[in-house]
Write a protein that binds this ligand. Sequence first.
Ligand code: DHB
Length: 396
Amino acid sequence: MRTQVGIVGGGPAGLLLSHLLHLEGIESVVLERRSREGLETTVRAGVLEHGTARLLREVGVGERMLREGSVHHGIELRFDGRGHRIDFADLTDGLSITIYGQQEVVKDLVRARLEAGGKVLFDTEAASVYDLDTESPRIHFFQDGEEEEISCDYVAGCDGSLGVCRTGIPENARTEFTRTYPFGWFGILVEGPPSTEELIYTLHDRGFALVSTRSPEVQRLYFQCNPQDDVEEWPDERIWAELSTRLATHDGWELTGGRIFQKDIVQMRSFICEPMQHGRLFLAGDAAHIVPPTGAKGMNLAVADIRVLAHALTEFYRSGDRGSLDAYSETCLRRVWRAQRFSWWMTSMLHRFDRSDPFQLKVQQAELDYVTTSRAAATTIAENYVGAALNISHPL
Ligand code: DHB
């Protein structure tokens, strides 16, 4: 098998790349380990930056997002029993975020690719990437128990943090930066009405909690937990009690309940691989970097990488100019580190690292007090959250 761009991984990054290349008349094949159903039901985050939502609209895959997603113009930061709104629209000249689940983005992209006759091979496990320093790199993969090979002009490694592509960059040619956090996020999906119109991020003596949503009927809530916890240790009543305690306000705010139909624990890690390219291999999304979830940057960063990569590949196929391809890693890493900084900062401000350290809680509360009362400080949250401060090469 041969194609122009071999794409390992059919998450948002791989599928979007395939779609954008198709719009430019460039052929690709996407290899995805999971089944179509498995892929489309993997629940992840659900916050799209302003520029992410705009891109999806501009490239023709935003129709359902426009109908079913919901646009939010701010978030609430809650601490010391009081809520404070960060008004994105006011602080960023009208920008917003869109709440629309990552798996919904994936469904829309899969449909667009298949309707256009695109090649997305599900249940296909990439085993390794080869000959990345030659004109014709190759991907070995397994399909129906058979080992097969695809050769291409370029390989896009969109296969997540556990994928094989990153190992295509020799160990002595890459540097990995890692930070782990001493907590995880316990996430639940709830069938029931929302408790609030906008997301609430809260810091309490017992730890962080987040009230998010997926739709008018499905709510997504998280709270800081021990990363070694097992979901079995958290029966529904214990979860509601913990969330209610952390979210309580002096004026008696109440969390709306519902039927919990999924529980999971998200690990918290910062990770970056430098560079994000080697020979004819380009890494994008989680294959190259992981952010802790606070601030919801993960999928947005993947989309931003792909925007840069699709542009660089298009330039190469149109004119033979490799300048943008050569600069890919450098272009992406600047944004990646800025998003990493923001995610690390939001995580640091909003979590209890050591419950026996009351000084730290007081300093965190003072920081939250500052960011919710100084317009300059509130703007730094707003412009990073909606993504405007991160768009260096593609300003909004
Ligand atoms: C969600 C996830 C996040 O990491 C976040 O900061 C906000 C919302 C979510 O899954 O809805």
